[in-house]
Design a protein around this ligand. Structure first.
Ligand SMILES: C[S@@+](CC[C@H](N)C(=O)[O-])C[C@H]1O[C@@H](n2cnc3c(N)ncnc32)[C@H](O)[C@@H]1O
Length: 243
């Protein structure tokens, strides 16, 4: 798991610095912190950690040092940690953090859904349910489902869709336990990590003629039937496969 590797690199960098601190006691603490941060970033680079880990590794010890100088009550760190855990706690395992589809994505998705015919749609990892509740408002002929593993986004989504239970329903759970055979359209906005396994699940379970749509993350080696590129803040692209 990258998070364990990142922690090991932080500890290793600290261990490398300790003999230098003993040998050169006149150096200041900020200088040692800076050296440890650079060392952690360099080791992360050479041990082939994903590029987004490099700035995080660089910032780790300096951020702790700065936070300590602010003399904030430890209780606030506990509260923030708990809240973040309820949003991102499973990310270390799923490798899929929370970030939300843009309104351009929602509009493009709505244009792909039937206008009159009934259909079923699921958002795998539906976050706070924003995409589902907007699509539900735009396409009343659809039955919308969402599955979300993180407790706080799930509760927000549940509250949002409380009064539309009949055709917009969000569950707390694991997307890997959903049977995709029940849905005409399956939408996923996850990360590069689960895409190969998700594609296997899609091929095993989805019905012929149904649609699988992935926002931003393609399935390696599998050409989509269509790609819709959007001009939103993250340059999203919708990859569409008809099963
Ligand atoms: C990038 S967000 C997308 C949110 C929403 N679908 C949207 O488009 O705005 C991905 C979400 O998937 C959830 N997730 C990741 N792995 C999951 C799993 N195995 N089961 C259920 N939800 C999962 C994460 O908690 C996160 O909220």
């Amino acid at each position: 798991m990258p998070i364990i590797k990142a922690l090991m690199i932080q500890l290793l960098s600290c261990l490398c610095i300790i003999p230098l601190v003993v040998l050169f006691p006149s150096q200041t603490i900020p200088a040692w912190i800076l050296l440890q941060a650079i060392l952690a970033a360099v080791i992360s680079h050479y041990t082939k950690m994903a590029y987004w880990w490099i700035p995080m590794q660089l910032m780790f010890l300096p951020a702790i040092a700065v936070a300590l100088t602010l003399k904030i009550s430890p209780m606030w760190f506990g509260v923030c940690f708990f809240l973040l855990f309820l949003v991102y706690g499973k990310t270390f395992k799923t490798q899929v953090p929370l970030y939300l589809s843009s309104s351009e994505v929602t509009k493009a998705l709505a244009s792909l859904l039937p206008r009159k015919k009934n259909f079923t749609f699921i958002d795998l990892g539906c976050g706070c349910g924003g995409l589902l509740s907007t699509l539900h408002a735009l396409r009343g002929n659809g039955n919308f489902y969402g599955i979300e593993a993180a407790p706080i986004p799930f509760l927000i989504g549940k509250a949002r869709t409380l009064f539309n239970k009949a055709n917009c329903n969000i569950q707390w759970g694991d997307l890997w336990k959903q049977d995709l055979a029940h849905y005409d359209v399956v939408y996923a906005y996850l990360s590069p990590v689960p895409m190969p396994t998700l594609w296997e699940k899609v091929c095993q379970e989805m019905q012929p003629g149904s649609l699988f749509i992935s926002n931003t993350f393609a399935v390696p080696g599998i050409a989509p039937e269509k790609i819709i590129r959007l001009n939103d803040f993250s340059g999203s692209a919708l990859y569409i496969w008809r099963i």
